[in-house]
Design a protein around this ligand. Structure first.
Ligand SMILES: [Zn+2]
Ligand SMILES: [Zn+2]
Length: 281
């Protein structure tokens, strides 16, 4: 925690931490049923990672709090649980707002603009991105690329091991750092060097904790990782803390509590990321 002023605040808020499919129902309510969406506030800058269903509520908040905003939307990849909220994100329909959308290379798409166009086309959707009224720019990321949104705000990227491709992001702001590592599959016994490089000494990162080590063999090839691997990587990279994301649709709150407790026996700073949780760096 720090005594940073409003202009230096570094805050992460989870608007959706469910993977694969939205999961309504009382047994899922505490972790939340919305799919992947994380808001990162760095001083006056707004960064959003992924546009799952959680982005709809975030859009309502952003629209009501400020006009003429510049929002950076970083997409890890375009599987439904990471993009299905795009057509429902209010800032896209706000005159005066500026949105920069980013994604890395994805099989089956020539780039970020085509990815969004393909999402909003018949027979899947009634209207095309032509309905957006904001000033939208599409940016193609080369994983490994580093870019600056401001002098003190750096974004680093790395490729992930996921069918069709996915990109991880790390944000460094005024000497503090956060990284988002989802979705990715690891090879047991072989820590992913790309991930290790990105999370080295990071203050906190989210990790694709879809599975347990025991469950992993049953899901080989689906592109997901485990709670235990998140903690192993965190220790190897001397990361400060790890928060589990991409909760599978079959994980009830009760089960997530049980897994969280067993992982915390390790005495590492591990916890489930739950919808509406806020982390201040
Ligand atoms: Zn996913
Ligand atoms: Zn995926």
């Amino acid at each position: 925690m720090s005594t940073s002023t409003q202009n230096e605040q570094f805050e992460i808020r989870f608007w959706g931490t469910r993977g694969t499919l939205p999961t309504p129902g009382p047994q899922f309510a505490r972790a939340g049923g919305n799919t992947n969406c994380t808001e990162i506030t760095c001083g006056s800058h707004t960064i959003v990672i992924d546009a799952g269903t959680g982005i709809r509520e975030l859009g309502s908040k952003l629209i009501s709090s400020c006009e003429n905003q510049h929002i950076h939307l970083l997409l890890t990849h375009a599987h439904y649980d990471h993009v299905e909220g795009i057509p429902f994100f209010a800032p896209f329909f706000s005159h005066g707002d500026k949105l920069d959308v980013y994604s890395g290379p994805l099989d089956g798409s020539s780039g970020t603009e085509e990815t969004v166009k393909n999402l909003m086309r018949r027979p899947y959707f009634p209207v095309s991105p032509d309905v957006f009224t904001a000033d939208v720019t599409y940016n193609d990321v080369v994983p490994g690329e580093v870019f600056h949104f401001a002098e003190n705000l750096k974004v680093s990227t790395a490729p992930l091991n996921h069918p069709g491709g996915a990109t991880a992001y790390r944000i460094d702001f005024n000497g503090r750092s956060f990284a988002c590592i989802t979705d990715t599959e690891h090879t047991p016994g072989k820590p992913d060097e790309n991930v290790l490089g990105l999370i080295e000494n990071v203050d906190i990162f989210t990790y694709d904790c879809s599975l347990t080590d025991e469950e992993l063999p049953d899901f080989a090839g689906y592109g997901h990782s485990t709670y235990e691997e998140g903690i192993r990587l965190a220790k190897l990279a001397r990361a400060g803390a790890v928060r589990a994301v991409h909760h599978m649709p079959f994980r009830t709150d009760q089960e997530l509590d049980r897994i969280e407790k067993s992982m915390q026996a390790d005495e590492y700073d591990f916890a489930m990321a739950r919808e509406n949780d806020i982390v201040k760096l």
